[in-house]
Design a binder for this molecule. Structure first.
Ligand SMILES: Nc1nc2c(ncn2[C@@H]2O[C@H](COP(=O)(O)OP(=O)(O)OP(=O)(O)O)[C@@H](O)[C@H]2O)c(=O)[nH]1
Length: 298
């Protein structure tokens, strides 16, 4: 570790619309899967912290739920979480896609972010999907919205420009000692990780409204000295018909989800587990503040 006066540390919030690639970026920097990634928007519901400690800096990343116009209680919770993360952060990374000119939502978000008076780095992700000559006018338009501290095109998926972005983040970090022990990589526990992995598989495996109507709660997580750890998880859905879809014919669908989730949990925890999945109906949980609290969306 460097002399403490040369050390930099601070919180970085990654902000953007659903599906722009926020989780992919953080996972890439962390070198492991801290936040679930799917091709469906609004996967990230809670703030997740990844702690990256190197020789002379420590960055604490917050992944934020995508900023959208909320229409139901869960979405309101997600947007509120995003803005509370922004308040805590030292640096804001606003992530956008390069496919179209800034829209009203981008102008509104920029206006709001500017009021926080913090360095804002505009990150244009997925540049692997556009020609260079299409990218330049997009950069120019964002440039007219406000004076960003930096504008940087990247591909979080392919790793393009990620070193450059990291060195810019470090430049804007405040000087200070590490805020967390050097060997921590996140502040969340194995229970949460297991629930997130199961939720990811539900997002990937089922179509239509099922992913958005489901949430996962770990009812029991027993670590055992001998044999596999025991995890009992409940997948909550909003309607009886959805329960039937999750279970599938002769239980085949849920069995499949259970197998792929278990393998992923085992990879992440580095040990074998026994995973038991149940499905329950909790009517309109997304729209009911009490039910949301009971499910951990506080
Ligand atoms: N081609 C390409 N795809 C990307 C890139 N970054 C992310 N993706 C894909 O975009 C999709 C969304 O990525 P996520 O990282 O889950 O996006 P997010 O912003 O965290 O999404 P929410 O959790 O919904 O807010 C996934 O299918 C990623 O594989 C990139 O640089 N290039």
């Amino acid at each position: 570790m460097q002399n403490k006066k040369d050390f930099r540390s601070g919180y970085v919030a990654v902000i953007g619309e659903p599906n722009v690639g926020k989780s992919t970026l953080i996972n890439n920097y962390m070198g492991c899967k801290l936040s679930i990634v799917t091709h469906k928007p609004q996967t990230t519901r809670k703030k997740i912290m990844g702690i990256l400690t190197k020789e002379d800096y420590q960055i604490i990343f917050f992944d934020t739920p995508g900023i959208i116009e909320p229409t139901y209680e869960l979405q309101k919770y997600m947007v509120k979480t995003a803005y509370s993360v922004i308040k805590e952060a030292d640096i804001l990374l606003m992530m956008v896609e390069p496919f179209k000119q800034p829209a009203k939502i981008h102008r509104d978000v920029v206006k709001k972010l500017a009021t926080f008076n913090k360095p804002i780095l505009l990150v244009i992700n997925k540049v692997d999907m556009v020609e260079k000559d299409k990218l330049l006018p997009i950069i120019a338009s964002y440039n007219t919205l406000m004076k960003f501290s930096e504008i940087i095109p990247i591909s979080a998926k392919e790793g393009t420009n990620l070193e450059r972005l990291l060195s810019l983040i470090v430049q804007y970090l405040p000087e200070g000692e590490p805020l967390y022990p050097e060997d921590s990589i996140t502040d969340y526990n194995e229970r949460f990780l297991a629930a997130e992995i199961i939720r990811e598989k539900v997002f990937e495996f089922y179509g239509e409204e099922i992913p958005y109507s489901s949430t996962v709660e770990i009812e029991e997580f027993k670590e055992r000295e001998k044999g596999r750890d025991y995890i009992k998880a409940i997948i909550y859905v909003e309607r009886k018909s959805q329960k039937g879809i999750i279970i599938g014919e002769e239980g085949k669908a849920i069995k499949h989800v259970g197998v792929i989730a278990r393998k992923d949990i085992e990879d992440q925890l580095g040990r074998e587990v026994f995973l038991e999945l149940h499905v329950k109906v909790m009517e309109k949980w997304r729209k009911d503040t009490h039910k949301l609290k009971r499910l951990g969306y506080q």
